[in-house]
Design a protein around this ligand. Structure first.
Ligand code: NAD
Length: 511
C-alpha cells in the first residue's frame, strides 16, 4: 500500500467506526466476542486493514436469542412503520456512500466505481423496500360456498439467517435485509470471513438508525467462519429461513442441513454465464458488453461472463477485437480512478485460477491472451482469453477469476444447446439484431437461466426484477418483483358470514 492509500484507508475506517481491533457480534449491544481474531487484508497490498474477534463459545447463542426476541416486537410494528426505518437507513447510507464504497474497494479489491455502485444498490434496495412496505398484497378469491369469503394474507416469518459471499460484501445483505425488515423479520447476518469490516460498518450504521427510533435490534451480526457461525446458524430451528449466497459447494452443504430440519432456504449460488454473439450482432456493442462482463470485478461476479459463444462468421473478428481490448485494460490499485481491473480476493483465488489454466491446457484448450500472474505480483492476474473447443470439460466449471472461454458455433440451435449444457443457470445473453433470434433465445426452449438478456451483458442486473438462477445456481430469487414472499408466511383465510355450514366439495356430514 502506498503511504497515501494507507492514510486514506485509516481515515475511512475511523469515519465508519472501525478500530484496529473490533468485536465481531452485534445484538443490540456489541458483544465482547471471545473467538480468534480475524485479520481483514487489503487484497491490493496484502496489508492488514483491521482485525475482528470472531464469535466464540456462547456468542452465537446470544445473538440468536436476541433475534428471536426482537422478532416478537418487530412483527407487531405496522409494515409502513417498518418501511420508515428502512427509509432512514437508506438516507444514512447516502450520507456514508463515499466511505462505504472505499471500504468495499479496500476490503474486496473492487475498483472504486464498482464499490460505490454496490453502495448505490443498497440505497436503491432501501427505496424499493419502502414502497413495498405498503404493498405486501394478498389475493382474494371467490369461495364455492355461499356467504363465505376467502383471501390470502402474509405474515412476518421469523428471524432470517443471511450468509453472504465476499464478492458483494454489502449489496447482498441489502437485497435480503431491506426486504426482510419491511416484512417484519429480524436477522442474523454472517458476512464472509474475507470481508468482515464491511459487515461491521453496515451494522454500525443500522444500529444508529434503530437506536434513534427505539426500534428492536433486528439487524444482528455474527462474524466467523462456517464452523463458528455458519454451522450453528444453518442448523438453528428458530431460524425459519436461511438465505445463503456463495459457491455451489456451500449451497449443497447448507441446503441439506436446512431441508433436513424442514426449514426454508433461499440459495444464490455459482454461475457459469454465457453470451452468444450472432453474425448479425452489433460488434461494437457486443465487445463493450463482453469486456465489462468478463473483466469487471476481475471476473469475480456470480454473473461474470465465462463463456463466449461466437458464430463462425464473426468469430475471428471478435477474437481480434477482444485481444486488442484486453491489452488495454488498466490493471492496478482499485482506488486509482484509472484502474479497470483490481486484484483477486486472495492468494488462494490466484492459485485456483492458475490450476484451472493448467487443466485448460491438459484438456486441449489454448490460451489466446493472458494466462499468467500479473507483473504487479500479489493477487494480481492477467485477464485471460481461452480458445475452447465445444465440450471442453472445464468450461462446465465456475472458476472465480477473469477467464473467458471462446467457442465457435454454426447456428443458433447449436449455440443454445452449448449454452445450456452446463450445470449452472444464472445469467445469459444474446447479441443479435434479428428479432427472431432474440425471441428464440428468450423462448421456453431457449436460455435455461434465471436471467436472459438481449444486447446487454450478463452482469449488472437492476434490482427491480427478481434476481437468481436455476439448476445448480440454487433456484432462489432476491430483490424486486415478488421476491418478498419468501420472507413471509402465507395464510389462507376463509370467513363464513352466513347462518349455514356448507362443506367444500359438496361433502354432507349431518347428524
Ligand atoms: P463461499 O461459498 O466460499 O462462501 C460464501 C459464504 O458461505 C461465506 O460467508 C462462507 O463462510 C459461508 N459458508 C461456506 N460454507 C458454509 C457452510 N458449509 N455452512 C455455512 N456457511 C458456509 O463463496 P465465496 O468464495 O465467498 O463467493 C464466491 C461464490 O459465491 C461464487 O461461486 C459466486 O458465484 C457465488 N455468488 C453467487 C451469487 C448469486 O447471487 N447467485 C452472488 C454472489 C456470489
Amino acid at each position: 500500500m502506498t503511504v497515501d492509500t494507507q492514510a486514506a484507508a485509516t481515515d475511512v475506517l475511523r469515519r465508519l467506526g472501525i478500530n484496529e481491533e473490533n468485536p465481531g457480534a452485534f445484538c443490540g449491544t456489541w458483544l465482547d466476542t471471545s473467538g480468534e481474531p480475524l485479520e481483514s487484508r487489503n487484497p491490493a497490498s496484502g496489508e492488514v486493514l483491521a482485525s475482528v474477534r470472531a464469535v466464540g463459545e456462547g456468542d452465537y447463542e446470544r445473538v440468536a436469542a436476541v433475534a428471536v426476541e426482537a422478532f416478537e416486537t418487530w412483527r407487531q410494528w405496522t409494515a409502513p412503520a417498518r418501511g420508515e426505518i428502512v427509509r432512514q437507513l437508506g438516507n444514512e447510507l447516502r450520507l456514508h456512500k463515499e466511505d462505504l464504497g472505499r471500504l468495499v474497494s479496500l476490503e474486496a479489491g473492487k475498483v472504486l466505481s464498482e464499490g460505490l455502485g454496490e453502495v448505490q444498490e443498497m440505497i436503491d434496495m432501501a427505496d424499493l423496500a419502502v414502497g413495498m412496505s405498503r404493498q405486501l398484497y394478498g389475493l382474494s378469491m371467490h369461495s364455492e360456498r355461499p356467504q363465505h369469503r376467502m383471501y390470502e394474507q402474509w405474515h412476518p416469518l421469523g428471524p432470517v439467517g443471511i450468509v453472504t459471499a465476499f464478492n458483494f460484501p454489502v449489496a447482498v445483505w441489502a437485497w435480503n435485509a431491506m426486504v426482510a425488515a419491511i416484512c417484519g423479520d429480524s436477522m442474523i447476518w454472517k458476512p464472509s470471513q474475507k470481508t468482515p469490516l464491511c459487515g461491521l460498518a453496515i451494522t454500525r450504521i443500522a444500529e444508529r438508525v434503530l437506536t434513534a427510533n427505539d426500534a428492536p435490534p433486528i439487524f444482528g451480526l455474527a462474524v466467523g467462519d462456517r464452523h463458528q457461525v455458519g454451522g450453528p446458524l444453518v442448523a438453528d430451528r428458530r431460524v425459519p429461513l436461511i438465505s445463503a449466497t456463495g459457491s455451489v459447494t456451500m449451497g449443497r452443504a447448507i441446503g441439506k442441513v436446512v431441508s433436513d430440519r424442514l426449514g426454508r432456504s433461499l440459495l444464490e449460488l455459482g454461475g457459469n454465464n454465457g453470451i452468444i454473439v450472432m453474425d448479425d450482432a452489433d460488434l461494437d456493442l457486443s465487445l463493450r458488453a463482453v469486456l465489462f462482463a468478463a473483466v469487471g470485478t476481475a471476473g469475480q461476479r456470480c454473473t461474470s461472463n465465462r463463456r463466449l459463444l461466437l458464430q463462425r462468421g464473426i468469430a475471428d473478428e471478435m477474437k481480434r477485437r477482444l485481444v486488442d481490448a484486453y491489452q488495454s485494460v488498466r490493471i492496478g490499485d482499485p482506488l486509482d480512478p484509472a484502474t479497470l481491473m483490481g486484484p483477486l480476493i486472495d492468494e488462494n483465488a490466484v492459485d485456483d485460477m492458475m490450476r484451472a489454466l493448467d487443466t485448460v491446457r491438459q484438456q486441449g484448450g489454448t490460451v489466446l491472451y493472458g494466462g499468467e500472474r500479473h507483473e504487479l505480483g500479489g493477487c494480481y492476474v492477467q485477464p485471460t482469453l481461452v480458445e475452447a473447443p465445444a465440450g471442453l470439460p472445464i468450461t462446465c466449471e465456475e472458476t472465480f477469476a477473469p477467464i473467458l472461454y471462446l467457442t465457435e458455433f454454426d447456428d443458433l440451435d447449436e449455440a443454445i444447446a452449448l449454452h445450456n449444457s452446463v450445470p449452472q443457470g444464472l445469467s445469459s445473453a444474446i447479441f443479435t439484431l434479428n428479432v427472431r433470434s432474440a425471441e428464440r433465445f428468450l423462448a421456453a426452449t431457449g436460455s435455461d437461466c434465471g436471467i436472459a438478456n438481449v444486447n446487454i451483458g450478463t452482469s449488472g442486473a437492476e434490482i427491480g426484477g427478481a434476481f437468481g438462477g436455476e439448476k445448480e445456481t440454487g433456484g432462489g430469487r432476491e430483490a424486486g418483483s415478488d421476491s418478498w414472499k419468501i420472507y413471509m408466511r402465507r395464510q389462507t383465510c376463509t370467513i363464513n358470514w352466513g347462518t349455514e355450514l356448507p362443506l367444500a366439495q359438496g361433502v354432507e356430514f349431518d347428524v
